[in-house]
Design a protein. Structure first.
Length: 715
């Protein structure tokens, strides 16, 4: 309707313009010139009418092209050709060599005037062989490959031993073209060795050897066959590279020691020297080991005294602590209970050699006179690199022990002075604002409940360094206050100083040493010094590190507050981030019957390494974030059926109108292929204004009419 209306309107305007022109120029022009002007104007209006009613021009182009050949190659078993009297070569390589004409033991050359497309069938493996740009580089199901074959394809080949991983029973329904099926390979005749399983602990302690066992499988290989086993950690560190008879491979133990926390990747491979294997995809396996700092390693060096004995007893009651105790000097013969260790004679160099493996050093009333300067520098470097040191006061400690003239002075949170020890009773006070902090809470609670006995002495410090924090103070009989317990980060490590003497009295207000003030407070202090971060307050647990694709993973979380008590009101959220960049939500729900415990489950959608990132929000200003990692593996089963299922290939060929041939006839079939040329009609539509000729004609008509009018003196 719109086009007809436009046509009528343009016709009326044309007639009206013609009538007006006739009335204006009548008797002024000859009939001949008048008719010429009208013809020009009419031609212009007709072309304009055409542009309005038909803005598109459609035309057809007939072309010729050669139908491509499509190859669908089953790589689900990584079969190599070994039963045709030729060296082993993968199916993909065989077909690529045949189609491209590259020099190869498979010299099945096809003329290069036939285009081809490669598809890889099998849901298990990625293709590793170099392929043409137009080929798929990831395996997909047979039905997906049949559906993806272009409609204008000529010959379709399906190359397999008939043991495709497809579960569909009628893949022929998806074939739009006849399929020539080629039986390739004979798995029952091929020797092979592979990794059946690997036994490895999911979680290990840092610097603690972990035992590994490799269980290889074999087919057509005698037990006496030598098997090479190679294990590398984190891509480049070789753990093992040995050769043993196959019968002994499963009984060979290997050890791996993780030197740092986090996920460590172990790559394991097996091979049989001198045997041409047909299958190689399952010759290697990657597993993960998570190294954690589950045990706090503590070394205490002390001058035998009541304080050192009380500290030793409290340290031994701390769980997951590996404690080494040194006497700085031999105990008095009349007071054997002072002794905290059988190592009565302390050696400075032996002590320093072990600190690299420690988390916390404790000095109790220890002077620095017996330390070599180089050893003191190693202690400073230990703290700066992430270690922790806790120093207790006494007659031979801090300023009285010549600390202020030592490099250790740079670690301390307080300023020292010479001969700073004073023997007096000093009452303990908790500064305002630190009462609930874990470094002060046990003392604050004891003071509130029944009070604490005064200390017997103290190394007086009058000021603290910038950046230091004071959690306990003392007051003298005169009312003077001094920092008692202060802390300060130093480099990547931490330093804490307790300036008082007589702390043994804190362990006497109750009979149960595990619950006394000294033990509770010391546990918090050690936890703060040795903690790598928020993981001290948010614990994430997964059963193991290695999982199979399709296996659901259970994740548990425990949240503690800053006093190391359960925080049941926290909000726990999680994200699973894959190594491919995808992020998946992990929903945590509270565990019934457990305080401050949450659980979640996660089903990984694909193989790879995943980082589980968990956050616990106790308040808007109090958030803990930790993460752990795991690995998900895709199973690649070999030898599901050792007999090649050529009946399946015959059935597929019959159902699609193709034919079945053995691989030995592939050469003749490939050479017999001829280019099949087909005509293709292509319809092309373009806007009228896209044609320059039409625009030129319009301009010429307007110009001609204008020249005539000017020449005749018409306006």
């Amino acid at each position: 309707m719109i086009t007809i209306f436009r046509l009528l309107m343009i016709s009326v305007l044309t007639l009206g313009c013609a009538a007006a022109l006739y009335a204006i120029v009548y008797k002024r022009l000859s009939i001949k010139k008048y008719s010429l002007l009208n013809i020009l104007r009419l031609a212009f209006l007709i072309i304009l009418l055409w542009l309005v009613t038909e803005p598109m021009i459609t035309r057809k182009i007939i072309s010729k092209h050669t139908k491509p050949v499509s190859f669908i190659i089953d790589t689900s078993q990584s079969m190599r050709i070994t039963d045709q009297g030729i060296p082993a070569q993968s199916r993909i390589s065989a077909v690529v060599s045949a189609m491209t004409g590259n020099d190869s033991v498979l010299d099945y050359l096809i003329r290069k005037d036939i285009p081809y497309t490669l598809f890889s069938a099998g849901e298990q493996l990625r293709i590793q062989t170099a392929m043409p740009e137009h080929a798929n580089d990831r395996a997909s199901s047979l039905i997906a490959c049949l559906n993806a074959v272009p409609a204008n394809t000529g010959t379709v080949f399906y190359i397999s031993d008939g043991r495709s991983t497809d579960t569909e029973s009628t893949p022929a329904e998806s074939a739009a073209n006849p399929v020539i099926t080629i039986g390739m390979g004979n798995p029952s005749a091929a020797p092979d060795i592979w990794i059946e399983s690997v036994t490895v602990p999911s979680f290990v302690e840092i610097d603690t050897p972990a035992e590994l066992r490799i269980y290889p499988g074999q087919h057509n290989i005698p037990d006496s066959t030598p098997v090479s086993i190679r294990i590398t950690a984190d891509k480049d560190t070789v753990i093992a590279d040995t050769t043993v008879p196959f019968s002994e491979a499963a009984n060979t133990e290997f050890q791996y020691t993780a030197g740092s926390a986090g996920l460590h990747t172990l790559s394991i491979s097996v091979s049989s020297p001198g045997i041409p294997e047909s299958f190689t995809e399952n010759n290697s396996k990657t597993v993960g080991i998570m190294a954690r700092k589950n045990t706090i390693r503590i070394t205490m060096l002390a001058t035998p005294s009541w304080d050192s004995a009380a500290l030793a007893r409290s340290l031994k009651s701390i769980q997951n602590a590996d404690i080494t105790l040194y006497n700085y000097i031999a105990p008095k013969t009349d007071a054997p209970f002072y002794s905290i260790s059988e190592k009565a004679h302390y050696n400075s160099s032996a002590f320093v050699r072990t600190i690299e493996k420690q988390d916390v050093l404790i000095f109790c009333d220890v002077p620095l006179s017996r330390f070599a300067e180089n050893d003191i520098n190693k202690i400073v470097a230990f703290v700066s690199d992430g270690g922790g040191i806790l120093i207790f006061g006494g007659r031979q400690s801090l300023g009285a022990g010549n600390y202020m003239n030592s490099p250790i002075n740079s670690l301390l949170p307080v300023y020292l002075s010479v001969s700073d020890f004073y023997q007096n009773d000093y009452r303990i006070t908790v500064p305002e604002g630190t009462v609930s902090h874990p470094l002060a809470a046990p003392v604050s609670q004891a003071i509130t409940a029944s009070g604490l006995p005064p200390l017997t002495g103290m190394n007086i410090s009058y000021s603290v360094r910038t950046g230091a924090e004071v959690y306990l103070k003392t007051s003298s009989a005169k009312g003077d206050t001094f920092p008692l317990f202060s802390v300060q980060p130093t480099g990547s490590g931490k330093c804490a100083v307790f300036s008082g003497k007589g702390i043994y009295r804190w362990s006497m207000e109750t009979e149960a040493s595990a619950t006394n003030t000294l033990t509770a407070w010391l546990k918090n202090v050690i936890g703060w010094i040795a903690s790598p971060g928020e993981s001290a307050y948010l614990h994430i647990t997964i059963p193991r590190i290695n999982y199979n694709l399709g296996e659901k993973i259970s994740i548990e979380a425990e949240v503690l507050d800053r006093t190391f008590e359960p925080a049941p009101n926290a909000v726990v959220e999680g994200i699973a981030a894959s190594d491919q960049g995808q992020r998946y939500p992990v929903d945590f729900v509270p565990v019934s019957g457990k305080q401050a415990a949450w659980q979640a489950s996660f089903l990984p959608p694909e193989q790879g390494t995943y980082k589980i990132e968990v956050s616990a929000v106790r308040s808007p200003d109090d958030i803990s974030r930790v993460s752990t990692e795991m690995m998900v593996h895709a199973k690649t089963d070999e030898f599901k059926n050792l007999a090649a299922d050529w009946d399946f290939l015959r059935s597929l060929a019959d159902q699609t109108g193709g034919e079945f041939i053995p691989f030995s006839e592939f050469k003749d079939k490939a050479q017999s292929l001829k280019p099949e040329t087909v005509r293709q009609v292509q319809t092309i539509s373009k806007m009228v204004m896209d044609y320059p000729l039409i625009l030129i004609i319009l301009i010429a008509l307007i110009t001609t009419e204008w020249v005539i009018r000017i020449k005749e003196g018409l306006n």
